[in-house]
Design a protein around this ligand. Structure first.
Ligand SMILES: [Zn+2]
Length: 436
């Protein structure tokens, strides 16, 4: 590179983008026939508004990659602040940034390093924003570690699709990692399999109903959650639990251990206690780099049509990467489910014991993998309200139903609709099949 290239802003800009621009201006063997390569595409990429959700391990990589792929109008949402333990892999953050918001610091860093890129941070929750906000983007890329947040944004984007307005369909690229494993996938809301269709591919910690924790724990994790949620509240409620305080974790560990012994459950350890209480998901920097790179490549392909990407209906949409035993990747088409509560139009069939009460059904729903996280469900049939969490008057009115038997409330094969404040846009539909 000539010396002038470094000192002259314009010239260095040309140098920085010359390889990317060559790829965007010269057709290759896989280029879509309808792609209009050249300035038009370079312009389209640089003016496309793109939303990155998460500015953590994956998010840092995504922001850096997107900025270096020619995207110039990037928005990023993250509610977290920087913790010292993030610094080993979240490379846009420095010691001096500890305590500041991730989205803000990440935006500043990338803007400084890649001239001409504008990154607009929002430090808060995705749930703070509405349809109008999400409508402004060309595509959305997630680098999240929470299934709940994924499900929320997925339901939002599926709900936004309006058949008469092609711009309302926002491709969603979702990357995720856990230790040496990861996946990246492309979702065209309503057209291809969505996050909710794919829930069985994730293995999140199931929501354990409070009654299980309080009465009959079955796993070491249940004992830890019991110490965390119930014992602390009963015995130390004047002290705010600090999950970084070793004395607090030790207290929880000993409580959990005693409870595990009482129920003859093996396996409670100090580090498991720490993991459960802090909800630690192991993160490996290189896995994040691989998954973010593939997600970003999909974004570039979607935006430019230079190469076929994942996600077109009837073709592969899901790439899984496994690095824990050698390296293996597998790409396949994950099929849309007709009984998906978000994008399908059929109710999901579930078998239930006809002798249980509505209260037991609610507890049962929280434990079922296909309905997990429904902790505060409101339930109704087409004809009547079975149980409402809110408003208080309706709650009071429907409360007596909780102790009634299902057979007194619904008939075999009847459909129920379940909603939950955590997923305000999703109406879960279940067809109840009685077994005695
Ligand atoms: Zn779906």
């Amino acid at each position: 590179m000539a010396v002038g290239a470094v000192s002259n802003g314009i010239e260095s800009d040309v140098n920085r983008w010359q390889y990317l621009n060559r790829f965007l201006t010269t057709p290759g063997p896989f280029t879509d026939d309808e792609a209009t390569l050249g300035d038009e595409i370079i312009q389209r990429i640089s003016s496309m508004k793109i939303l990155v959700i998460g500015a953590g391990g994956l998010g840092c990589e995504l922001l850096k990659n997107l900025a270096l792929s020619g995207f110039k109008d990037i928005h990023v949402i993250d509610m977290d602040t920087i913790d010292v333990s993030n610094l080993n892999r979240q490379f846009l953050f420095r010691q001096a940034d500890v305590g500041r918001h991730k989205a803000e610091v990440a935006a500043e860093f990338v803007e400084k390093r890649v001239k001409g890129v504008k990154i607009t941070p929002y430090c808060g929750k995705i749930q703070d924003k509405d349809e109008d906000y999400y409508m402004q983007f060309g595509l959305v890329i997630c680098g999240l570690d929470s299934v709940e947040a994924r499900r929320w944004i997925n339901a939002m984007l599926v709900g936004m699709v309006d058949g008469d307005n092609p711009d309302s369909l926002k491709p969603l690229i979702d990357g995720g990692t856990e230790g040496f494993k990861g996946q990246s996938k492309v979702i065209l809301p309503t057209m291809t399999s969505c996050i909710e269709c794919q829930l069985d591919m994730h293995a999140p910690r199931e929501a354990v109903p409070l009654c299980t924790l309080a009465t009959i724990p079955r796993q070491p994790q249940h004992c830890i959650e019991w110490a965390h949620i119930i014992a602390w509240e009963e015995e130390r409620k004047d002290i705010t639990l600090d999950t970084d305080d070793p004395e607090h974790i030790t207290w929880l560990f000993q409580k959990a251990l005693a409870r595990a012994q009482e129920f003859n459950i093996q396996g409670v350890t100090y580090s498991m206690t720490q993991g459960v209480v802090k909800n630690i998901i192991p993160a490996i920097a290189s896995t994040n780099a691989i998954i973010a790179a593939s997600s970003c490549n999909e974004a570039l392909k979607l935006a430019s049509s230079t190469n076929p990407g994942l996600g077109m209906p009837g073709s592969n949409n899901y790439m899984m990467y496994s690095g824990d035993e050698g390296i293996y990747t597998y790409t396949f088409e994950h099929l849309k489910k007709d009984d998906c509560p978000v994008c399908g139009n059929l109710a999901k069939k579930i078998e239930v014991n006809s002798n249980i009460t509505l209260r037991e059904l609610i507890e049962n729903l929280a434990e079922r993998p296909e309905a997990r996280q429904l902790k505060k469900p409101t339930i109704r049939t087409e004809a009547k309200s079975l149980y409402y969490q809110a408003p208080p008057s309706l709650e009071e009115q429907t409360r007596p139903n909780l102790d009634k038997k299902l057979t007194d409330l619904v008939s075999d094969g009847e459909e129920i609709a379940v909603s939950d404040p955590a997923y305000h846009q999703i109406q879960f539909r279940f067809k109840l099949l009685f077994r005695s």
